[in-house]
Every structure is written in C-alpha cells, then in structure tokens.
Design a protein around this ligand. Structure first.
Ligand code: GUN
Ligand code: ZN
Length: 427
C-alpha cells in the first residue's frame, strides 16, 4: 500500500534518550501517524491529521502500540539455517557448525534462498533494518542486497573477510578481500536504501596484511560503516593476544590497522579493558550488545549500565545464528535478564529505545530510522499487547503503558507483531 495512510493507535516516539533522566518520561504517545509514500509526514492528534489530509485511508489499531520498526545492529544472515546448534563455545561453534554452513553460500541459489527466508522471518518479527555479515563469497552479498532491494528495505551488509584460521574453502587473501569488498561497495553502497559495511570477521581470522587492506579501504570510503567482533570470549581474547603479541589489547589489533572509528561497529564488546573503553568512547564507536548470543554461546555479561554511564554509543542485536532468536522482543528480554544478573534492571523504555533508536544511532542512521517523526522513513511495527492469554492477563493489570508493554517484551514473539510497514509499504 502506498499513498497517504493514517494509522491510529498508541503511537510511541522518543523525545530523548531514556538513559538520561527518568526513563518513563523519555517518550510521548500520540493518537495517529500519517504516512505519505515512503516517509512519515506527521504525528499528532487524529483530528489534526484528518484535517490536513482529507480522504486519507485510515487504519485503526485500537490499543495496539505503534513503534519504529526494530533495528538489529549485528546479525549473520547466512547462519539462519543453523540457528540453535547445540553445545559449543565460540571457536568450536564456528568450526563445527558455522563454517560448514557458510561454505554453502558459494552457490548463488542457496544464498538467495536463505536471504529470502531470513528477510521473511525477521519481517514477521518486526525487524525492518539489520546490519549483516555475509560470507566470504561475493555471491552472498549480491543475494542479500538483491532481496533487500526488492523489499525496499534499509539494510547494511558486507562480505566477511578471512585469510587465516579458517578452512581453505572459506579463505580469501588480503588483496582479494580488498578487491572484492571494493567492487561490492562501489556497486551497492548508497543504492536506494542499501549501505555497504567493510567486514573483517575478527582479528583471529585476518592476517595483519588483511586488516591493513581493510583499513585502507575504509580510509578511501570513510562514509561506509565497518563491522567486526571484539572481546566476546576470554579464550578468544587470549588467542588474539598470542596472534598479535605487539598489540596493547584486542582493540589495538584493529586500531593499529586503521579499523577504529566512529563508523565502526564492534559486536559483543564484553570483556573490555579500560584503555579499550576509553578509545571506543573517544571515537564514538558503536558497541553492539548481543544478549541471546552471549548467554547461548556462554560469552559473558555485557556491562550496559557502566558503558552507558561513561557515554558509549550502544546498539542491540540478535547476532543470529550465534544468537538464539530472530526476535528483537526476545533480545530485549535477554538484555533485561543480563541487566538483572549485573544488578541493574533495564526499564521497558530503555529496552525499546535500544532496539530502535539505540541501534539506529550506532549505525549512524538515527536521522532516517529508529523513531517516529515527520520526515523519517516509514518503517513501523504495530504491537499487540495481548497477543497470548498469558500476556493479555498480565498487561490487563498494568497501571501505565510501560507496565503494559513489559510482558510483551518478556514473553512476546511474532504473534505480538500485528503489522509491519517497510518504507511506507505494509508487508
Ligand atoms: N566471532 C567471529 N565470528 C563470529 C560469529 O559468526 N558469531 C559470533 N557470535 N562471534 C563471532
Ligand atoms: Zn557476530
């Protein structure tokens, strides 16, 4: 559906971050939002929007909550089919399950099938933008961007580069990683709603030469994002220190090769040293919290409260398929539980902000997506706060909207997603 549409419901938008000041006052609720083509034209009282656009189509969502679509700041779409693989920690999990699956993406037909399946699954869960790793195969990037483009979806992705400590069939070289990444970037970056992210997988699977080549490419294209992994498991950190004996810490393996910056996205970032925290904050780099992955693979407890308090830029992500879900609701629930284990419960407003604006801010796209305001792209999700009997009976008792939302955050799944809009189109 395109044209002018008024959606009625409880339209929730943030007026400031809920991490500064009382979280419950960080958002406002409006009666309606007006979609004009691919963008949001206005938010406000129903009578005002009706008067502004007589004859607009109206969809009444009653008590449902209308939010910005979820933004998943770190995923591996090629790991869709192998999600929920049992019993391994990071390095064994990569070798046992991940690399054999990623091998299949040399086949463009398989890559297209999984890209399509992944985008269907995530849309059903209310995710409208994601930042994805692909595989070393350029075909895997082509497949993902082609599928996203057909759906008019804002996505970020890049070819995952690895030239050591991976099976022969998943290795490129410093030069071929540079050449293939550059060709994909030049073809796709900025085409419609597509952005390219330079994507060295992580320091253990790149030689210093490959990291240097990725850093050079980023310096040539500073408007691109760069995504990688940082300090996920303690064994991994010890391995990095062995591979890069001259580095001051894990982050330094990126920093020394031009891979630290404000458009850098560092997945996990759990076991950080003080120098790493200082450097990440000075650059305004994006730290991406992947809570279901961090519990599923047994990585550790992200320090949300401490990192937020020191002013880090933080996004939220499923990390599918190290993460055990496609759902940002489930991901918010896991972030809440990790907060509890660290003694700091996150408020519902903070969880929803992280899954929308927080992630959009980490991706440097918060002027386009991640909130509901005039001029922003019309990526929206409509949440049913009574999607199952268990959730309905709890939210019925709630005294305010945050309390009514919280059971859907903790217990909701794709049944709570009443409707999704991507780029002004109902999907
Ligand atoms: N570190 C390097 N590669 C990966 C990956 O695919 N998933 C996770 N969770 N961590 C990684
Ligand atoms: Zn990852």
């Amino acid at each position: 559906m395109t044209g002018k549409t008024i959606l009625r419901g409880q339209v929730l938008s943030f007026v400031r971050t809920p991490f500064d000041g009382a979280p419950e006052d960080a958002a406002r609720i409006d009666e309606a939002v007006l979609i004009d083509g691919s963008h949001i034209a206005a938010v406000g009282p129903l009578a005002e929007l009706r008067a502004a656009v007589p004859g607009a189509v109206e969809i009444d969502h009653g008590a449902h909550v209308i939010l910005a679509g979820f933004v998943d700041a770190h995923v591996h779409y090629p790991q869709t089919a192998m999600i929920a693989s049992w019993g391994k920690r990071l390095i064994d999990w990569l070798n046992t399950y991940t690399f054999p699956e990623e091998r299949k993406f040399a086949d463009p037909a398989y890559a297209a099938e999984i890209a399509s399946r992944y985008l269907d699954l995530t849309a059903a869960h209310g995710t409208t933008t994601m930042c994805s790793f692909c595989t070393i195969h350029p075909e895997s990037v082509e497949a993902f961007f082609t599928q996203a483009q057909a759906r008019g979806q804002r996505v970020v992705a890049g070819k995952t580069c690895m030239d050591r400590n991976a099976p022969e069939f998943l290795r490129d070289t410093a030069q071929s990683a540079y050449d293939q990444s550059r060709a994909l970037l030049e073809k796709w970056h900025g085409v419609g709603r597509i952005s390219y992210a330079i994507t060295p997988r992580f320091s253990p699977t790149s030689t210093p030469e490959q990291l240097e080549a990725m850093g050079a490419l980023w310096a040539e294209h500073p408007d691109c994002l760069m995504q990688t992994h940082l300090s996920e498991q303690t064994d991994e950190i010890a391995w990095v220190k062995g591979l890069f004996p001259e580095a001051r810490d894990y982050l330094d393996t990126y920093e020394q090769h031009g891979l630290l910056g404000g458009r850098g996205l560092y997945g996990h970032a759990i076991h950080l040293e003080e120098r790493e925290r200082d450097r990440l904050r000075e650059h305004g780099a994006g730290l991406i919290h992947c809570p279901t992955s961090n519990t599923f693979i047994g990585s550790g407890l992200f320090d949300m409260a401490g990192l937020m308090a020191e002013g880090q830029r933080i996004g939220l992500a499923t990390d599918t398929g190290g993460g055990s879900s496609f759902s940002m609701l489930r991901t918010m629930a896991a972030a809440y539980e990790i907060g509890q284990l660290r003694g700091v419960p996150l408020h519902a407003a903070q969880l929803i902000w992280l899954a929308t604006q927080g992630s959009a801010r980490a991706l440097r796209m918060d002027h386009l997506i991640g909130n509901i305001a005039a001029g922003m792209e019309a990526d929206l999700v409509v949440l049913d706060l009574a999607s199952t009997p268990a959730i309905a009976q709890r939210s019925a008792m709630a005294e305010d909207l945050w309390e009514a939302l919280f059971p859907t955050i903790m217990m909701g799944d794709d049944r709570a997603i009443a409707e999704v809009w991507i780029g002004g189109r109902r999907v």
